[in-house]
Design a protein around this ligand. Structure first.
Ligand SMILES: Nc1ncnc2c1ncn2[C@@H]1O[C@H](COP(=O)(O)OP(=O)(O)OP(=O)(O)O)[C@@H](O)[C@H]1O
Ligand SMILES: [Mg+2]
Length: 239
């Protein structure tokens, strides 16, 4: 049973720099299905995710989690950013520090941190300073850092951007393991293959509006909007 989900989002809007970025978006998310947020560059995917994670305050509308207590909510959700930031210490120590902040007992920290590193294929790099890891290695480390906290909901913003095929597979395997432990995954991606393999349902954003919310198969086979059809064919720009 999830304490956080379902999530109800109603008429959510966010404006910054004098313009609307998210525009009257409504949907609900249930525990279980993996949700993929798709859309062209600048569609508002990362901003929507930051709103859901509580890092931005909506201009209008509401985000209602089933858990009303913000402090309890905060401990049960985690986010991996498009550009992760690591502390100036080893990969292992970065994970142990996150576990310390989460109140995990010292004796448990090393075991859990090592397990998460192994889960993303970084066990051999445990002692290496996190900031000298390659971009792709840092992305995997960021996933391990979030995963080790055992969140109920995990937001992944472009988890495989900049990754080579083998690192992408490591992320996919890690995401499958996270899911197997009962975590709800919400992710953005430009990789349509990844979306098909890892997604159960799609939220498709176009210029800050929610154009489709569909099961993944239906989205790819029978998109309901011209924008989604163009996006799938590669006719809307994305990286
Ligand atoms: N604080 C802000 N002030 C002004 N504009 C902003 C701000 N934050 C985001 N934006 C703009 O909002 C739009 C949506 O940004 P967002 O990062 O959500 O796009 P995205 O869908 O994640 O794109 P990408 O696929 O490139 O990651 C962009 O045009 C961005 O420049
Ligand atoms: Mg983004």
């Amino acid at each position: 049973m999830s304490a956080l989900l379902p999530l109800q989002v109603r008429e959510l809007s966010y404006a910054a720099g004098g313009r609307g970025i998210i525009d009257g978006v409504s949907f609900s998310l249930e525990a279980g299905p993996r949700t993929v947020i798709l859309g062209a560059n600048g569609a508002g995917k990362s901003v929507l995710m930051r709103l859901l994670h509580g890092l931005l305050v909506p201009t209008a509308g509401s985000i209602e989690w089933s858990e009303p207590n913000p402090e309890r909510r905060r401990r049960r959700q985690a986010m991996v950013f498009q550009r992760p930031v690591m502390l100036r210490r080893s990969a292992l120590a970065n994970l142990e520090y996150a576990l310390q902040l989460a109140g995990v007992a010292p004796a448990e920290r090393r075991r859990r941190a090592l397990a998460a590193l192994a889960g993303v294929g970084l066990a051999p790099l445990a002692q290496r300073p996190a900031r000298v890891l390659s971009g792709g290695e840092q992305q995997r480390l960021a996933l391990a850092r979030a995963w080790t906290l055992r969140p109920e909901v995990l937001f992944l913003d472009e988890p495989t951007a900049n990754l080579d095929p083998s690192a992408t597979r490591e992320i996919e395997n890690a995401a499958a393991a996270v899911r197997a432990e009962g975590t709800k995954i919400v992710m953005t991606t430009h990789n349509l293959g990844l979306a098909r393999r890892l997604g159960d349902e799609v939220l498709f954003l176009h210029q800050g509006r929610l154009v489709e919310h569909s099961p993944i198969e239906q989205f790819f086979k029978q998109p309901r909007s011209a924008e989604a059809a163009a996006f799938i064919k590669g006719e809307l720009p994305w990286v």
